[in-house]
Design a protein around this ligand. Structure first.
Ligand code: GLY
Length: 342
């Protein structure tokens, strides 16, 4: 097991990569604990849960909303939760986001932690302190910054993950490598087949290095005033594509990273060869490099991006693999890029 620390204004968080769900009891009190999980995780792993009350939610982005939050608040009242209670989310990104949001708002905030069960949540959603839910179709529109006490990334839980979900996690790992570590990018190029086969040694390095990159950025800029924006590489186009095509997050981010690389080339910052390496790696990892979408709908979604400021969007471009920078790009220029693409 390897550990990492995040030091946020809302508290410190310890990420344990390679720790197991079976050992969760070591990190929580013997009493006053409530577990939040989803139906799938419960079906596979309930026998490994410590003996505490469990709230079970459904799966899918559609349930990541205030109705689900309200129903969990109701159960917490029924359980007589007080400020000494610790809430633990066991699941993927949706469980972690909802658990973090509920725990940070119920009784003005109780302690919480995660056991992260998907590759995507291990490398992204459970790390960083942003916890939110969707509102009126907009992703993560309502939320808080609040660090979990701890995150356990149990690599064994990945074995029951559908391959599509594995691919979504790999897309975020490519993103971390592209913005933060050229050596990790090269390692992925050399080991993509083992990554796809969930080889334990390879996955452990990928998860750990990803979390190192993300936590270093979050430690510098928890509240996304500057540095943290780099984590949005591929996400501005990605979110617009996700919203308009219904593609999975990782698939849309993959196509979004290709668009952002091509925009970097078009603006003269990135060598075409480097953009081609990104595209080839994504293709080798069975991720889409282009998703068919209606250009007007994508543009409309982009205009409503919550990162928009005035007539532009802070956009992440690359100078090279491992060397991102943030640049405000006008909506008009983004429209041109979308027109060229579609
Ligand atoms: N919880 C995800 C993040 O903070 O980025």
């Amino acid at each position: 097991m390897k550990t990492l620390e995040i030091h946020g204004s809302t508290g410190d968080s310890t990420i344990r990569v390679g720790e197991t769900l079976q050992n969760l009891g070591k990190y929580i009190p013997a009493e006053n604990v409530v577990i939040i999980t989803d139906v799938n995780v419960k079906r596979f792993y309930q026998n490994n849960f410590p003996p505490h009350p469990v709230i079970t939610i459904q799966t899918g982005e559609k349930i990541k909303n205030l109705d689900t939050v309200r129903s969990i608040y109701g159960k917490l009242v029924e359980f007589g939760v007080d400020r000494s209670t610790v809430i633990i989310g066991i699941g993927g990104g949706i469980v972690c986001d909802i658990t973090g949001f509920v725990a940070s708002t119920f009784l003005r905030g109780v302690k919480f932690g995660f056991v992260s069960s998907t590759l995507l949540s291990q490398v992204d959603a459970s790390v960083g302190g942003k916890n939110g839910v969707n509102f009126k179709g907009y992703k993560n529109m309502v939320g808080v910054f609040s660090q979990p006490e701890f995150v356990i990334c149990d690599l064994n839980l990945l074995n029951t993950l559908p391959q599509k979900e594995v691919l979504c996690g790999l897309a975020e790992i490519v993103k971390h490598a592209a913005i933060g570590n050229a050596d990790l990018f090269k390692y992925l190029e050399e080991h993509y087949q083992k990554a796809l086969a969930l080889d334990t040694g390879v996955i452990e390095r990928l998860v750990y290095d990803s979390v190192v990159i993300k936590s270093a950025i979050v430690n510098k800029d928890e509240k996304e005033k500057g540095e943290r924006r780099k984590l949005n590489f591929g996400h501005t186009f990605g979110h617009a594509i996700e919203k308009t095509t219904g593609a999975r997050h990782g698939e849309a981010v993959s196509a979004g990273m290709v668009m952002a690389s091509e925009l970097s080339v078009r603006k003269g910052h990135l060598q075409p060869k480097a953009a081609q390496r990104i595209k080839s790696l994504l293709r080798n990892l069975k991720l889409p490099t282009r998703l068919q979408a209606d250009r007007k709908t994508v543009f409309d979604a982009l205009q409503k991006d919550k990162k928009r400021q005035g007539d532009g969007i802070y956009f992440v471009l690359l100078e090279d693999i491992g060397k991102p920078f943030v640049h405000k790009i006008s909506i008009t220029e983004l429209e041109d890029v979308i027109n060229d693409f579609y």
